[in-house]
Design a protein around this ligand. Structure first.
Ligand SMILES: C[S@@+](CC[C@H](N)C(=O)[O-])C[C@H]1O[C@@H](n2cnc3c(N)ncnc32)[C@H](O)[C@@H]1O
Length: 276
């Protein structure tokens, strides 16, 4: 597609679904979904791309990647451009139509966008993935969905999950899930009096839940371990200078268990939770 045609098609998408709100994707020539500038999310994109490439231990084009709540598709499109097989799931039609537009313009047959609720993530439907991107979605879910969602991610993941999320700095709310206590805070998503249309129009928020639950860092780490991730790492580099203090990037690996050959006494004991 030549750049004049891309601009024309982009105008049509904007007329139907509104302008791009966050994901600035280079479409060729001087055409970007937002504009010829670094609009913000590219800094996070650089961190996520580097983390996946460094940790996967295989070329990107050998990976099957799932991008959960993919918004306008920046991360999914990036990995598909590197040759990965990518599925993006997103709950809101305007977001996913913008993502599909970018995929179509760039001619990426290895990229698929599906409109669905990530709380219904299901291995029977989607299969398994080497890498799962859980970016900016965990903190839009409430109890108990936030915990069952972690378990569903572990089910579809055969490698690792990258979690980029807000955490609670203070533990002002507690809850119990499957017999385990968690602490965190409540985050307001929508006015309780808002209509389904109002909620649908809020393009970055939860789909329907009025509040969400942000676990503390410790509760999140314990929840990841209980969901089946065998080790968890925090990413500090590449830097994101403007990242809020209550937001972190974690890599949770779905590995196996090993026998502690030199320490059988410890090996016979269960691994403790992190104390809150
Ligand atoms: C803050 S944006 C983050 C998007 C993107 N992953 C990123 O990191 O830039 C949250 C996204 O989650 C989507 N979303 C919220 N709840 C969802 C759900 N239950 N199922 C699918 N998508 C959801 C929203 O429509 C929005 O696109």
């Amino acid at each position: 597609m030549d750049t004049a045609r891309i601009e024309e098609e982009k105008r049509r998408v904007v007329e139907r679904f509104g302008p791009w709100t966050a994901h600035n994707i280079w479409l060729g020539g001087d055409v970007y979904t937002i504009g010829k500038e670094v609009a913000g999310d590219e800094i996070k994109l650089r961190r996520i791309l580097r983390s996946v490439a460094d940790i996967a231990g295989r070329p990107l084009d050998a990976l099957r990647i799932l991008d959960l709540a993919c918004l306008e598709g920046l991360y999914a499109v990036e990995f598909a451009r590197h040759g990965a097989q990518v599925v993006g799931i997103e709950g809101r039609l305007p977001n996913i139509e913008k993502a599909r537009f970018a995929g179509d313009v760039l001619g990426l047959p290895n990229l698929e966008f599906i409109q669905d609720d990530v709380r219904k993530l299901d291995r029977a439907k989607y299969g398994e993935f080497d890498v799962v991107l859980c970016l900016g979605i965990l903190y839009h879910l409430d109890v108990p969905d936030v915990f069952s969602f972690l378990a569903r991610m572990a089910e579809v993941c055969r490698g690792f999950v990258v979690v980029d999320t807000h955490i609670a700095a203070t533990a002002e709310r507690s809850c119990v899930y499957e017999g385990h206590a968690y602490r965190g805070r409540t985050f307001a998503e929508h006015d309780p009096a808002s209509t389904p249309d109002d909620r649908a129009a809020d393009l970055w928020s939860s789909l329907d839940n009025v509040v969400s639950f942000w676990p503390t860092r410790t509760s999140l780490l314990n929840a990841l371990a209980r969901a089946g991730f065998t080790s968890v790492y925090e990413c500090a580099m590449p830097p994101e200078a403007d990242k809020p203090a209550d937001r972190i990037t974690l890599v949770a690996v779905k590995g196996g268990t090993q026998k502690l050959l030199c320490a059988p006494l410890l090996g016979a004991q269960p691994i403790d939770d992190l104390p809150e």
